[in-house]
Design a protein around this ligand. Sequence first.
Ligand code: NDP
Length: 443
Amino acid sequence: MSYTMEVLETALAKNQNEPEFQQAVTEILTTLQSYVDSRPEYQKEGVLERLIEPERTIIFRVPWVDDAGKVQVNKGYRVQFNSAIGPYKGGIRFHPSVSISIIKFLGFEQIFKNSLTGQPIGGGKGGSDFDPKGKSDREVMAFCQSFITELYRHISADNDVPAGDIGVGGREIGYMFGQYKRIKNSSEGVFTGKGLSYGGSLARTEATGFGLVYLMDELLKQHGNTIEGKTIVVSGAGNVAIYATQKAQQLGAKVVAMSDSNGYIYDPEGIDLAAVKEIKEVKRGRIKEYLEYRPNAQYTEGKGIWNIKCDIALPCATQNELNKEDAEVLVKNGCFAVGEGANMPSTLEATEVFLENKIFFAPGKAANAGGVATSALEMSQNSMRTSWSFDEVDRRLKEIMINIYNNISSAAKEVGAEDNFVVGANIAGFKRVADAMMLQGIV
Ligand code: NDP
């Protein structure tokens, strides 16, 4: 058995109750196999064995009191996965589905994604099974303060810089940053995604969605096409989905569908994004309320968004939201490009369908890297005690996304897998981290 497959087998055996982590490790090691096995120095230095084991895992109790005066207890997590190229960097997720498996899969992916950005940031991820949905602002604040009362001792601007993710937006970052500052008596830039009045970066809110569309547009341009005039389906209606829709519309595409965890809307005239923003960003409501703004649109309860005919699909909600059958329907309906705004939204089988059918498929670790790349720009601005204009940050973001596309495209070509951006992203992301690990000895 090859070195890579041996490491994979051990990883699967050692992490048996962690299906999402197993899925992420399988996807990455399988595509790295021929690249790694033809370079014996990686085996000699035990690079893969070290890469798949987090440097540090912190699991803690988060007690807080709800509005009824009842004590609630959640689990908190921070996985500091790899710091070979810089401080741990990765979001915090608040969602009832959060488990050690999900945080480890996200942290593992984050190592490669952060490497692809070209910025000096290592990989980490954190979160809690706390559900902010339906909670009052006071309850969310009480939870965030308790979460940080433990986590503060493990993070700092030079060693681990968390950000937002599902369920963690500007409100939650504000509460966590406030509590950190109070305990540590330090205004350092320990979080990214901060409010503009206290160290946040312009264009960070838009960055993941904008970056996704910049990368897809570049991919299409390199193949004699563009985003302009295309019909697009976007899943989700959160941060990534909203700003992917905004940039796609700006570039002349028509986005016809969006969703949340209850169902999806279809508006053949093109989504009214101002309405979606009001529902989601202001009222924190449900996507079906869209019908109050556009009575001619359709709302369907449950799954099924991928049955809508489109040229380009942008899954921007959550992991494993697009399965083999969905992929087959998309291909049958003429979809020719898929860009993952979310992390691992396509199952392994769905990815295979896209690759077999020569669909342009941009995996999340490359396609949604604009968020963390702009977080790194926020860190730079904090360190320099300055702030750049929206256009300056947006210009840098676009440049980074074009570079990422060029890197993953040439890495794929180098190993004879032209236009296989899964292989390209994994190799390009791995190479930088592995080389840094080898230069730093066995640590
Ligand atoms: P948000 O919480 O802002 O939005 C998530 C959206 O996805 C909501 O519309 C939510 O619906 C929907 N959703 C969540 N869980 C499910 C589910 N189980 N089934 C169906 N729909 C679901 O999160 P973000 O937009 O920030 O993140 C979306 C994805 O993008 C995640 O995978 C995240 O890891 C990834 N990502 C985010 C980055 C960022 O900068 N924010 C950076 C890189 C990746 P509902 O409100 O009903 O739960």
